[in-house]
Design a binder for this molecule. Structure first.
Ligand SMILES: NC(=O)c1ccc[n+]([C@@H]2O[C@H](COP(=O)([O-])OP(=O)(O)OC[C@H]3O[C@@H](n4cnc5c(N)ncnc54)[C@H](OP(=O)(O)O)[C@@H]3O)[C@@H](O)[C@H]2O)c1
Length: 309
């Protein structure tokens, strides 16, 4: 049953991360609903009978409630947004009429710059930003595998996030409130800028970057430019040891194919605009040019375009 401590979460973006949250909610007896993009996807989901969920070697078919914009009947008060960054505004526009003015909106995604646009579109909404290092992937359309445990942090410039964090902590997922979420997201952006585009350009797993002198030099330049910008923005304290941290993350995730590389390999649009694109636009506003990052942005966009036509 839905109440303030235990609200019904609608989940926009039934991909790897959205399905992960929905499956653990369902398993722990909480109400959620997945919002698919259209009637066709909803019908295909129903035909499939639910989400095939694999965690700790166990697989279940979970029949989670689902809707699409045309079949929503109740107002939405709690919305977890788990689309890719560049898909967010279109996805939200399709359900905007159902979102209550004072709804709680949680953006759980990589990339920056989207939250401000969402807040503009829903000025009275309580907007929360979240970042996760949980790992999930979709082996097929309505299947999700929980591949690696991580942590999830949530915060807001205007609100306390404790109750929201608690209500999204569907065991074993834990969501912790953080009072400097912008710093968390900035660090994540910096690390993503230094690893993801390079895995596309060198067509390699994260750890293989460490064996390539050219990639190591590119990482060093990218990091140097981010530190330059961070200093101007007074964000440099958040990035102490960035270079070492990037190398550590590449080592710790050595076997992973970054999400950007996976998107390229499956002919999908990448999140480069919300990652390196955001960084370069922010720098330009400060009159700063970031040539190493700009080169990666141009190159990934070129590869992506080639891939999609
Ligand atoms: N996967 C991970 O392990 C992981 C870890 C940390 C952070 N993240 C971040 O979390 C975010 C989500 O990643 P993901 O891996 O879950 O991506 P994903 O599997 O591609 O999921 C995105 C979902 O959004 C749906 N969508 C797109 N446009 C829509 C619309 N207009 N209406 C309704 N649904 C729409 C997509 O539907 P279709 O299937 O129809 O395209 C897809 O199901 C990204 O920012 C990613 O960087 C992911």
């Amino acid at each position: 049953m839905s109440n303030t401590a235990n609200p019904t979460w609608s989940i926009l973006g039934a991909g790897a991360i959205g399905s992960l949250w929905a499956c653990y909610a369902q398993r722990s007896g909480h109400n959620t609903e997945l919002i698919f993009r259209d009637r066709r996807s909803l019908a295909a989901y129903r035909q499939h009978g639910g989400i095939r969920f694999t965690a700790n070697g166990q697989t279940d078919l979970l029949n989670i409630a689902a809707r699409c914009p045309a079949t929503i009947t109740a107002p939405i008060q709690h919305l977890l947004i788990t689309t890719k960054a560049q898909q967010t505004l279109t996805a939200l526009a399709a359900i905007a009429e159902y979102i209550q003015p004072d709804a709680s909106l949680v953006l759980l995604q990589n990339g920056l710059g989207i939250a401000e646009q969402v807040q503009q579109q829903f000025p009275e909404a309580r907007l929360f930003k979240a970042s996760t290092t949980e790992g999930a992937y979709r082996p097929s359309r309505f299947a999700v595998v929980h591949a690696g445990r991580g942590q999830t942090l949530i915060g807001s410039a205007a609100d306390k996030a404790d109750a929201i964090a608690q209500s999204l902590s569907f065991a074993p997922l834990t969501v912790s409130p953080n009072d400097n979420i912008d710093a968390v997201l900035w660090r994540k952006l910096a690390i993503n800028c230094a690893i993801n585009p390079l895995t596309v350009i060198h067509r390699c797993r994260n750890g293989e970057l460490l064996d390539k002198p050219e990639a190591l030099a590119q990482i060093a330049s990218v990091v140097e430019e981010i530190l330059q910008l961070s200093k101007i923005l007074n964000f440099d304290q958040e990035l102490a040891n960035l270079h070492q941290q990037v190398l550590d993350v590449a080592r710790a995730t050595a076997n992973n194919r970054s999400s950007m590389l996976q998107d390229i390999e499956s002919g999908k649009e990448t999140e480069i605009e919300a990652i390196t694109g955001y960084l370069c636009r922010l720098a330009a506003k400060q009159g700063l040019h970031l040539p190493a990052n700009q080169l990666l942005l141009d190159e990934v966009q070129r590869i992506s375009l080639q891939n999609r036509v």
